[in-house]
Design a protein around this ligand. Sequence first.
Ligand code: HEC
Ligand code: HEC
Length: 298
Amino acid sequence: MRWGSTCGRMVAAAAGIAVLTLGGSYAVAETPVERGAYLVTTIGSCGNCHSPRDAGGHIVPGTELSGGFAFEDDVGHVVGPNITPDLGTGIGTWTEAQIVTAMRDGRRPDGTLIGPPMPISVYRHLSDTDVTAIAAYLRSLKPVRHTVARTQYKIPLPPSYGPPVTHVDEPVRGETVAYGGYLANFGHCVLCHTAPGGGQPFDMTKAFAGGRDLPDASKPNPGTPGAVVISRNITSDPVQGIGTWTDAQVKHAIVAGVRPDGTKLVRTMPFDWYARMTPADLNAVVLFLRTVPPVKTP
Ligand code: HEC
Ligand code: HEC
């Protein structure tokens, strides 16, 4: 179903000229589960934190989203929970509305707060249709029985992420900077590509300028000494960033994990998921990225 939906959207992209003149949205009949599947398995890259990996950092087939990927981080010992609808070990008892509340407000049905690095701050900007589609897709998955440990936080969690989100407008889909920005937000590029600083966990004056320590997902104990990777500057700075890269080179890094000089990116950068984006969505993300002003790496 996931591949079917991707192919459907590629056909839509090929027919893009006609479709775009119809107001910038894709004229594809798509069910909520198909939309959710696309978002989760491509730009959302939920499996980057929520799926178990083998020793090489590859996701173990058949275990997607069943939790257990664990790493050391500034916030503590992080473990991605099982988000398949298994009744005992996953989120099988959660309703669609409860999953939406978890995504937007970071609140579980029992009232407890979901902590970082679950990217609640960016999921608050998901449109009503998209967040509901993600919830519908999670509920449609085959339950995978897999008990995983809880995250052990060494920082206090905030009391909340802000007032409950009740409505977010639909973005106009198309190969535009605005829709690229919507997708890049959901893909939380900025959270991995921005370093802490100025007393804040993210120094937004240096947004996208890289320099953040991240767990190396291809190492046995990600986040421990020797198993850390530093994110790169993806602003348009010509020296430290990607300002001199061609669009084709930027796309190759995003979907294949290979830089213009041929070196490979570690699997912390979610290129395995981004590879399944439609060409139109990838174009939009790159259009947006090109608008990020040059900033030096901290
Ligand atoms: C950067 C890592 C990361 C990404 C990406 C991520 N999550 Fe999470 N998520 C977590 C962690 C860690 C927790 C548990 C936090 C805690 O223990 O408080 C969590 C918790 C959750 C929960 C609550 C589960 C429970 O039992 O408490 C849901 C639902 C969820 N994530 C869904 C998603 C979906 C859907 C996506 C993709 C759109 C996603 N997550 C992407 C790290 C991530
Ligand atoms: C989970 C963290 C994470 C997310 C999310 C993420 N990246 Fe990355 N990205 C990395 C890391 C880490 C590297 C460097 C990997 C290495 O050096 O092996 C990287 C490297 C890159 C590079 C290559 C830059 C260079 O000079 O080598 C590009 C381009 C890039 N990311 C773009 C993006 C875009 C666009 C997004 C959002 C759509 C994104 N990244 C989301 C972690 C992330």
